[in-house]
Design a protein around this ligand. Sequence first.
Ligand code: FAD
Ligand code: MG
Length: 295
Amino acid sequence: MHDVIVIGGSYAGMAAALQLLRAYRAVKVIDGGERRNRFADLSHGFLGQDGVAAAEIASTARRQLEAYKTLSWVEGRAVTVTGGKDDFTVTTTDGERHRARRLLFAIGLEDQLPEIAGLSARWGRSVFHCPYCHGYELERGPIGVIATGPMSVHQAEIVSEWGEVTFLTNGAVEVDADQRRTLENRHVLIEPGLIDRIDGVADVVFAGGRQLSFAGLFTAPHCVPASSLAEAAGCALEETMMGIQIQTDAAKLTSVPGVFACGDVARMPHSVTLAVADGAWAGAQLHRSLVWPDA
Ligand code: FAD
Ligand code: MG
């Protein structure tokens, strides 16, 4: 019987595990190894680790966790959750059963990208969602913002801080007169053509063959939890402007007693920094629930 099973051993899950291990708690981390940023080589904007490989940040953290004797680590996916507060059972793909008094979901999000030929192959390389993470490297070159819905107007406005933006509405949004004025004030060009495919680094080819070339592209994916396990365990979900996340209170407790959630899947907006901070907070709050179980 472990104190905690952390499902998802990336930035948020490891940050939570670290606090619990430092409180001498028995922590089992189950991790499928599919970080959300696995499509990008370098990670930016995390203080002290700016421009470091995303995988290296994770492997350094993992190495530091391994120094604690009360850690056990399972590589694989959790597939079922049963039981309740003080006695949960989690099964993994290999059929093993794992028991713990508390659960923490740090399962991250999956990005549902617009269905445009050539787009997903360039995700994290020349197609991005977060300008703070990837805007600087485009060196103020021309940028295309591919609309996925009404919120994309705001993405085009903010991204125009990083270069000259063409807002590619692609039939996903109708720009009204007010929005047109706001976009024009920010020198954003509006391109209504329907996109056929992405070529080259970031060349947008329209139906009919016309082409616009950019230094990079931005788009806003619809985000959903990377695993349906939290929902299956009964955790209430909530809708945000970015998609679906697990609902938590200020202590990162979900709607299910004894079950906590942190990181991208339980807050927005999303970054490594924010996932780590959320995880550290969740780890301490979860620890308190072990110390004062009835509080
Ligand atoms: P994740 O890192 O997504 O980790 C979730 C973990 O849970 C994964 O290891 C997964 O395998 C595991 N998991 C899920 N379900 C199960 C299950 N059932 N059983 C076991 N394990 C499971 N942020 C920045 O700050 N800087 C950047 O430069 C940056 N670049 C990005 C580039 C791209 C292309 C993308 C998509 C995102 C980028 N981000 C960046 C955002 C960053 O990736 C996330 O904010 C961060 O990964 C969130 O950490 P997390 O621990 O919450 O979730
Ligand atoms: Mg994590």
